[in-house]
Design a protein around this ligand. Structure first.
Ligand SMILES: NC(=O)C1=CN([C@@H]2O[C@H](COP(=O)(O)OP(=O)(O)OC[C@H]3O[C@@H](n4cnc5c(N)ncnc54)[C@H](OP(=O)(O)O)[C@@H]3O)[C@@H](O)[C@H]2O)C=CC1
Ligand SMILES: CC(=O)C(=O)O
Ligand SMILES: [Mg+2]
Length: 622
């Protein structure tokens, strides 16, 4: 039965989990039926959890990033898979390969070159890439994520090599489902989508924004262990209003102004429907870096009918609120004792403020009092009730104060005397030394968050924050800053970035098959993250746990989200697991190589090259 050359001739079945799991260890009959299933479904490539490398021949094992192990293929594997001789004689462990990756990436001095090296590694050996990333978060997150990913997006036309995600253009309207069918993975569970209109604080980068969903989903795997084949980065390309890009011969997106209005909305509706038709109702759709005017609208429109969230609004809210919870341990105040001032009144700022209000209400504060504690500034100055009708659109109106109009942030800080100053304006240097000194004059421990990304857009640097407050500031930033030395003490400011949140929320949501994602899940995520902050973190100047512990944070967030999903009847995966941690852990990606050979089957005879003392396994094959 197993001697059919088309299936087993060159060996083997590396069928990992899911339907075909049994094949790796069970009877030939079971193995054969799983193979038949693979074939019937037309999986002639390496997709999903069902991997049948018997249909991948020789050198294609090395060319396929999901199968490739480089020099870690054993002698037996090399012979059986038909790749013997295609690689040098040396055998390496994955650990030795990781050491080499470290040396290789550190040889590059330019961050963009490091990004390209990692991107190549991703294309070449997926498991090694994700293990390398997950074990070196502190060093590599600034490369695959902010700030370097911003530069990668700006240079996207120059560095584009191979598809890491799907481009759905406005020209595909009416056929979006057909385009989605071209994505080779049948079991996508999480999509991160952008239309590229507000990429970090860099503005409209159109189709070049692809770097963002690619980077975010790389973190899904590296930080939460979500399997890579379950993740799909998407750009919906409706054009760009960035004149430089439209005139740039290297621009790779649709060369037209953005589609707006009804046509745009219908296009996004069709996209959402196509996702559900292709991958099912509970497919997680993370909206990322949409323009402000669309981000809020789509969240309101889709949140109760799809499994969706907006990371810039809700993920950012959770990470900032977690930092604020941790700050209370230093200031000794509760939220109702704080006066908040937000510089910026967009997705991030409103998202944070709305969650702060929920957190205050949860502490027993009335909603009116909660709103009264939060002041907000947009590009025209303080949000006041005296503003012209129409200039306080959407969610801003809740934060408008009965106050004389003020435009200058320095004067506003002097007048309002906030305890907490949060920047989400994408306006570099907005927090001047004078503003920081005023914060220090008015507070023993001023709380200052400069959340804008990438680093070049931060409202102030960590150094400026510490220097202008006699190092009394409680500081965090959206992009990483190096430690700051003041006198004989060194401060290690934490990174207030939604990367602490979305991977764990994503894991909980996709494992439970949650239908809709309530704000409560983000408050839970904030609390779980805050619980992780140790006195030693605070002592070294950080409101967040070290980046190296994000994987543990993500697991705790996922457990909290899982409980919430079952408690609120939002889950569709039944029965409810009792030991939620173990249940989640059982579903995680394996960062270590798996065998490319079956261990229990009777194998067909095949050409055998003896190159060293026979291992028992080879002897058994013969
Ligand atoms: N750390 C993190 O995890 C995250 C960080 N961010 C960062 O936050 C920044 C903003 O993102 P987002 O909120 O989505 O963007 P939005 O465009 O939604 O909001 C930007 C806001 O800043 C206001 N603004 C612009 N210039 C000034 C200024 N000089 N003074 C005061 N306010 C100003 C705008 O005013 P107006 O409304 O009048 O236009 C708007 O309200 C970006 O840099 C982004 O990278 C975003 C998400 C997560
Ligand atoms: C971090 C993030 O999501 C942003 O800057 O947009
Ligand atoms: Mg974002």
């Amino acid at each position: 039965m197993f001697s059919r050359p088309s299936i087993c001739g060159n060996l083997s079945k590396l069928c990992r989990n899911g339907t075909a799991t049994a094949t790796a260890t069970a009877t030939p009959a079971a193995a054969n039926s799983a193979l038949a299933l693979c074939t019937a479904r037309g999986y002639h490539e390496v997709v999903g959890d069902i991997i049948c490398p018997s249909q991948v021949r020789g050198i294609d094992h090395i060319r396929d990033p999901r199968l490739n192990k480089g020099l870690a293929f054993t002698l037996e594997e090399r012979q059986v898979l038909g790749i013997h001789g295609l690689q040098p004689a040396r055998f390496k462990t994955q650990e030795e390969q990781l050491q080499l990756c470290k040396i290789a990436v550190n040889r590059y001095t330019e961050p963009l070159n490091k990004y390209l090296y990692l991107s190549d590694l991703h294309d070449r050996n997926e498991r090694l890439f994700f293990r390398f990333l997950s074990e070196n978060i502190e060093d590599l997150m600034p490369i695959v994520y902010t700030p370097t990913v911003g530069l990668a997006c700006q240079r996207f036309g120059l560095i584009y090599r191979r598809p890491h995600g799907l481009f759905v253009t406005f020209n595909d309207r009416g056929h979006i489902f057909d385009v989605m069918k071209n994505w080779p993975e049948p079991n996508v569970r999480a999509i991160c989508v952008t239309d590229g209109e507000r990429i970090l604080g860099l503005g409209d980068l159109g189709a070049c924004g692809m770097g963002i969903p690619v980077g975010k989903l790389a973190l899904y795997t590296a930080l939460a262990g979500i399997k890579p084949h379950q993740c799909l980065p998407i750009v919906v390309d409706v054009g760009t209003n960035n004149i430089d890009l439209l005139e740039d011969p290297l621009y790779v997106g649709l060369r037209q102004k953005r589609v707006v209005g009804r046509e745009y909305d219908d296009f996004i509706d069709e996209f959402m429907e196509a996702v559900v038709k292709r991958y099912g109702q509970n497919t997680l759709i993370q909206f990322e870096d949409f323009g402000n005017h669309n981000a809020f609208r789509f969240l309101d429109k889709y949140r109760n009918t799809y499994c969706t969230f907006n990371d810039d609004i809700q993920g950012t809210a959770a990470v900032a609120v977690a930092g604020l919870y941790a700050s209370k341990r230093i200031t000794g105040k509760s939220f109702k004792d704080y006066t908040f001032l937000f510089a910026g009144a967009g997705e991030a700022a409103i998202g944070i403020a709305d969650l702060v209000v929920k957190a205050m209400v949860a502490e027993g504060v009335s909603i009116e009092e909660a709103y009264s504690k939060i002041y907000m500034v947009d590009i025209d100055g303080l949000l006041t009730t005296t503003r012209k009708v129409g200039s306080l659109d959407g969610h801003k109106v809740n934060y408008a104060k009965n106050h004389e109009p003020m435009a200058d942030l320095e004067e506003i800080v002097t007048a309002i005397k906030p305890n907490v100053l949060i920047g989400a304006s994408a306006c570099a240097g907005l927090f001047t030394p004078k503003i920081l000194r005023t914060m220090a004059d008015n507070n023993d421990r001023p709380v200052v968050f400069a959340l804008s990304n990438p680093t070049s857009k931060a409202e102030c640097t960590a150094e400026e924050a510490y220097q202008n407050t006699d190092a009394r500031v409680i500081f965090s930033s959206g992009s990483p800053f190096p430690p700051v030395k003041m006198g004989d003490k060194t401060y290690y400011p934490g990174q207030g970035n939604n990367a602490y949140i979305f991977p764990g929320v994503g894991l909980g949501v996709i494992c439970t098959g949650t239908h809709h994602i309530p704000d409560e899940m983000f408050l839970i995520a904030a609390q779980e993250l805050a619980n992780f902050v140790e006195p030693s973190d605070i002592e070294r100047g950080s409101l967040y746990p070290p980046l190296q512990s994000i994987r543990d944070v993500s697991m705790n967030i996922a457990i909290g989200v899982t409980k919430c999903a079952y408690d609120n009847g939002l889950a569709s995966t039944y029965p409810e697991p009792q030991d939620k941690r173990k249940w989640l852990e059982d579903q995680l990606y394996n960062f270590n190589y798996e065998t490319s050979m079956p261990v229990t089957w009777t194998w067909p005879r095949m050409p055998y090259i003896k190159t060293r003392d026979e291992s028992p396994l080879i002897a058994a094959i013969k």
